[in-house]
Design a protein around this ligand. Structure first.
Ligand code: FAD
Length: 441
């Protein structure tokens, strides 16, 4: 259990949640579940009610007509909140008594003695060529609707889809596009896709891509995307594809559709100069203590826009996964309402679905003694097997588990995973208040 810092004895009267998605909704829900009876305002710049993002790169993208359930709300759910959807928060000013005034894009302001920042992350769009017709990113439902139409068109006309990125979303989009029958190339910065997340275990995902006909172009970074021109028609086969992806290797890859899955950055630019500390070491995420509190009293941050201090690791540790965004809403709600005990923190968990297989990760692989081995594969499995579980240890203690399509084995090991105990500072001998300090000669 973590102890909440400086709880407000009476709790806030009006909580303003900025960001109407998973982390914001989970916090609002947890506040009501704790009996918070004050006013609740939820501000969101999208017009949609809160929806779930994981299906956007998986089922939703793969089915043009089928109904894929995306809503995060139950049909009969009523949080007794004022929803200000389609309004963007553009500035924040701390209030003297705690909390803040939030300025909205339309010119209105909304004040709360409790404010929760839950603005998530935005797809990185810095490469030359972003904005060209045929070039996509994937973060929002609107992005997914556009990409889905493009992939289904490529499945019909045979045009090549080039997916760029070494992370989960790029691999998932490549897998989904291949499942639709598209010709797919996946361009990754490391030797293998998902190397940063999986280390040596990434070989298993590469094998899956190969089995499904996805061409992996490794150790290549995209320099830019541009429309194909006459010179390409002479030099590059298939220049009729319309776009050319230029790689750091000098290679030019023709494409009809390009998907840039090159990462996401916390959506916190609007907080610059507000007094809320942004952490440059965490891509500008809002810097919080272990309860989500920022250094502005009464202002908390949760989900992908925030980086929380981890007492067990002894430093701020970014986690950009669904489960943490959801679970930490309850911690913020408890801290905001002055609870003296907070929900326990659990090791981070993430999953990914690729070619009908479930990849699951929990814990902290970087804490393991020997990462080179890619953890200890259970039951004599190899990375060529269709499913495996790898356990990572430090001094005999399990610190992380990764599995491919072994959900039950994974769940058993995950249940026993504990968050590292708080790091205790080395004891400093107490100096009595009246002690005289000897000055070295
Ligand atoms: C395609 C995709 C697939 C994913 N798949 C998985 C998966 O399989 N497993 C997994 O563990 N995780 C997955 N994730 C990650 C997971 O969805 C995120 O961790 C989670 O959505 C974070 O929730 P959040 O509420 O913090 O942020 P978000 O979901 O990003 O929501 C933030 C909301 O705030 C709004 N907003 C931003 N700025 C402002 C502003 N200034 N004013 C008002 N509103 C604002 C945004 O428009 C958005 O609606 C996936 C993410 C994506 C994009």
């Amino acid at each position: 259990m973590t102890t909440a810092q400086a709880p407000t004895p009476t709790g806030p009267e009006h909580v303003v949640v900025v960001g109407a998605s998973l982390a914001g909704l989970s916090t609002a829900r947890a506040l009501r579940a704790r009996g918070f009876a004050g006013r609740l305002t939820v501000v969101g710049d999208e017009l949609h009610r809160p929806y779930d993002r994981p299906p956007l790169s998986k089922e939703f993208l793969g089915h043009l007509h089928a109904q894929v359930e995306l809503s995060l709300e139950a049909e009969d759910e009523n949080l007794d909140a004022t929803w200000r959807l389609g309004e963007r928060a553009v500035g924040l000013t701390p209030l003297p008594g705690g909390g803040a005034r939030v300025e909205l894009s339309g010119g209105d302001t909304v004040e709360g003695d409790g404010v929760v920042l839950a603005t998530g992350a935005s797809a990185r769009c810095t490469l030359p060529g972003v904005g060209l017709p045929g070039v996509h990113v994937l973060r929002t439902l609107d992005d997914a609707v556009a990409l889905r139409a493009a992939l289904h068109a490529r499945s019909d006309d045979g045009g090549r889809v080039v997916v760029v990125g070494g992370g989960f979303i790029a691999s998932e989009v490549a897998a989904t596009a291949s499942g639709l029958g598209c010709r797919v190339a996946l361009v990754v910065p490391d030797a293998l896709p998902l190397s940063a997340a999986l280390g040596p275990l990434a070989a298993s995902v590469t094998r899956l891509h190969a089995e499904h006909g996805v061409e992996v172009v490794g150790r290549a970074r995209v320099v830019g995307v541009r429309p194909a021109d006459a010179a390409d028609a002479a030099g590059v086969a298939d220049a009729a594809e319309g776009l050319v992806v230029e790689l750091s290797t000098g290679e030019r890859v023709p494409a009809a559709t390009v998907v840039l899955g090159v990462g996401a950055d916390p959506t916190t630019g609007w907080l610059r100069g507000s007094g809320v500390t942004l952490d440059p070491a965490a891509k500008g995420a809002v810097r919080c203590d272990g309860t989500g509190a920022t250094d502005v009293p009464g202002v908390y941050a949760v989900g992908d826009c925030a980086v929380w201090f981890h007492p067990g690791l002894g430093h701020h540790h970014p986690v950009e996964h669904w489960t943490s965004a959801k679970e930490r809403g309850a911690v913020v709600a408890a801290a905001l309402t002055g609870a003296d005990r907070l929900p326990p923190s659990r090791p981070p968990y993430a999953w990914s679905d690729l070619y009908g297989r479930r990849l699951q990760l929990a814990g902290y692989t970087f804490l393991a003694d020997d990462l080179e081995t890619g953890g200890e594969l259970q039951d004599g499995a190899t990375l060529d097997d269709a499913s495996f579980t790898a356990v990572f240890r430090r001094g005999g203690e399990t610190v992380a588990v990764v599995s491919l399509d072994q959900p039950r084995v994974f769940a058993g090991i995950r249940r026993r995973l504990a968050d590292p105990a708080p790091v205790t500072a080395p004891a400093v001998p107490a100096v009595p208040a009246d002690a005289t300090v000897a000055t070295p000669a």
